[in-house]
Write a protein that binds this ligand. Structure first.
Ligand SMILES: Nc1ncnc2c1ncn2[C@@H]1O[C@H](COP(=O)(O)OP(=O)(O)OP(=O)(O)O)[C@@H](O)[C@H]1O
Ligand SMILES: [Mg+2]
Length: 158
């Protein structure tokens, strides 16, 4: 049984979300799976883009709405950005090479619930919630043991 460790970070502005994403990117390594949940427009893609930039990505980071996954060759590993909004059933994800992504890359997954049982339990789940004003968001982190130590003190780094 994996314990989960919960905490909430406040992102009063978009640049705070970007800073949190950059801080988490600095803690991530090959094989990490980061699930980005939350309603339309809650900030999942802002997070993913900032995460990819923090690892040296440059240029456009389009949401892979139709291709469902976009890969970036980065260090310390390739980053696979999934947007599974249009995934019709979990089995369809197998064709997206999720095995390679989950084992060798860093995976950022928007609409992770679409994966059903294919979402690994060891994922770091970040749920985005709208805050009290237009630019504010709450990022609820649900961390498995493998992430618990890493996200301790995260606030001090953003
Ligand atoms: N604190 C904040 N953090 C993130 N985004 C913010 C924040 N405040 C305002 N925004 C705005 O909210 C929007 C977030 O859009 P984004 O595309 O990241 O959402 P999403 O969760 O990926 O939606 P979708 O489910 O459609 O993919 C952007 O227009 C961004 O400018
Ligand atoms: Mg998005």
């Amino acid at each position: 049984m994996t314990d989960s460790h919960l905490r909430t970070l406040e992102a009063e502005t978009e640049s705070r979300t970007a800073a949190i994403a950059a801080a988490i990117a600095g803690l991530a390594g090959p094989g990490d799976v980061i699930a980005l949940a939350g309603d339309l427009g809650s900030g999942k893609s802002v997070f993913a883009r900032s995460f990819i930039y923090a690892l040296g990505g440059s240029g456009d980071v389009p949401s892979p709405t139709f291709t469902l996954v976009q890969m970036y060759e980065l260090t310390p590993s390739n980053v696979f950005h999934f947007d599974l909004y249009r995934l019709e059933k979990p089995e369809d994800a197998i064709e997206l090479d999720i095995d390679d992504a989950f084992h060798e890359g860093i995976s950022l997954i928007e609409w992770p619930a679409r994966l059903g049982a294919y979402l690994p339990p060891r994922r770091l789940l970040i749920t985005f919630e709208f805050g009290t004003n237009e630019d504010a968001r709450l990022l609820h982190l649900d961390a498995p043991d493998a992430w618990a130590g890493r996200i301790q003190g995260l606030e001090a780094h953003v």
